[in-house]
Design a protein around this ligand. Sequence first.
Ligand SMILES: Cc1cc2nc3c(=O)[nH]c(=O)nc-3n(C[C@H](O)[C@H](O)[C@H](O)COP(=O)(O)O)c2cc1C
Length: 198
Amino acid sequence: MEFQKLVQQRFASREYEDRKIDDALIDEILEMVRLSPSALNMQPWKIKVVADDDLKEQLYDKSFYQSQITKCSHVLVFCANRDLQGQIEKIINGMKAAGVPEEQINRYKTATQLVLSGSEESVLCEAQKNVYIAVTQAIYAAKSLGIDSCIVQGFEPAAYSEILELPSNLVPTLLVTLGYAADSPRPKVRFPKEDIFF
Ligand SMILES: Cc1cc2nc3c(=O)[nH]c(=O)nc-3n(C[C@H](O)[C@H](O)[C@H](O)COP(=O)(O)O)c2cc1C
């Protein structure tokens, strides 16, 4: 679908048909998410793919009982990876293996110093900002393949960490529910362009 049409037609879907998305289609969406851009190419995210109904039921209780969690086919739990140091090391190792000149690697290291020298809070904030970009990519990737979605911020991150047994470097940040919409798009309510662009 043309991108302009995706933007017009995507909507936050909260009701879904009782129908699972094929694994092959999920893989295509995940591959597009994998290609998301990120600051310094750190890719500071891990995404837990939840399709199991019992697990979704447990998450529903910790998502303010938002019904899209159980009604959807899949929940993508986007976690910020606050181990930026680890991510950067992986990138540098990849650069070395690819034969990138040392001078360029050193320039990259210098550029990463600013984010690495921040407080724990700013490191998490940096990772979470990037997660929001990947989430945006996910909802349009899904729509391009005929899959509807809803971004969900209304959940309890600590409870999600416990249920999904996440390591402490991963912070659940946003969810994307995926499925075949059983509800219809509402008219888009947005501020007029005069209020936005200047
Ligand atoms: C960061 C973010 C968090 C959101 N959290 C929720 C949520 O917890 N529950 C929900 O039903 N919708 C949630 N939404 C969906 C918004 O309500 C929706 O995108 C907005 O009302 C505009 O409607 P549209 O997406 O259909 O154009 C969220 C959207 C964003 C971008």
